[in-house]
Design a protein around this ligand. Sequence first.
Ligand code: KG4
Ligand code: ZN
Length: 328
Amino acid sequence: MRVLAIESSCDETAAAVIEDGRVALSSVVASQVDLHAKYGGVVPEVASRQHLRNIVPVVTEALEAAGCTLGDIEAVAGTRGPGLAGSLLVGYNAAKAIAFGRELPFIGINHLEGHIYANWLVEGPEPEFPALCLVVSGGHTDLVLMRSHGQYERLGGTRDDAAGEAFDKVGRLLGLPFPGGPHVAKAALEGGPSTLELPRAWMHGTFDFSFSGLKTAALHVVRAGQYSAPEIAWEFQEAVVDVLAGKTTRLAREMGAKNVLVAGGVAANTRLREELRRRCPVPVRIPPPKFCTDNAAMIGAVAGFRLELGERSPLDEDIFTTNNWARV
Ligand code: KG4
Ligand code: ZN
């Protein structure tokens, strides 16, 4: 089945054509990063307006890149949440409008489930269940056990900042451009190990995370002026990666997971990828960086599986509607 998928939950306008939930025939992402950089973060109203400008050209380009027209599309999928309301509304309504106009099946998809399913866009054998998913994005840090397609159990998550959010805030403290994550990672390459030690919040007895103490500790170190920005970036990244990889490894062992699936923008982090692969007792699947950060191919991957199971969403369904992810 050939699905046109649309994603606009934050500051990326994205469209993709996906075949059978596994093969990305195209994946187009129009980033608004430059637009928001001067504000140091995403401005919701600006993002929404830019989605309106981008949506038609991005969908057109995704169809062209896949070598097809709307006539070749068999179903349409759109991200229905979580995300910024003004942003979601643009892509979700565009997807519904195309489905309505072409009389095609429509399905609304949860953004986080999308991040996880980016792991099905990778060539090679399919992930095996039970799979432990580490979802690390700008808004979420969750450990979710996936027993089969569409079956999720949340076993841990952040109690304060998400991992990506912590990267972005520390990037800002260090005077690095927005979004901080990739810039902190780049700065860390020059920072090597120093005598600086930042705290790890282990939240013993739980599989929860907390990054706000680490962020505050980084703030004090920046103010004290003893260490360089690369040294702070290096130790900060080590502290985040240590806790993420440590807890994921322990939980994978405890739950007898056959695979670890990593998902979300922070999964693009090279040190996190290295440490998870080094420590985990089972194969670790991580999508290529272009499918880790926000994209529509991942939304089409979930849609492929759910449509196959006969699921459809009514066209009067709104963004944020209690959805299949709520089975978590
Ligand atoms: O999944 P995503 O694209 O958007 C959300 O759904 O939030 O994740 C964006 C987050 C941002 O916080 C960004 O700084 C972070 O992912 N990120 C990284 C890297 N690339 C993106 N964090 C650390 N290292 C990276 N290489
Ligand atoms: Zn995301």
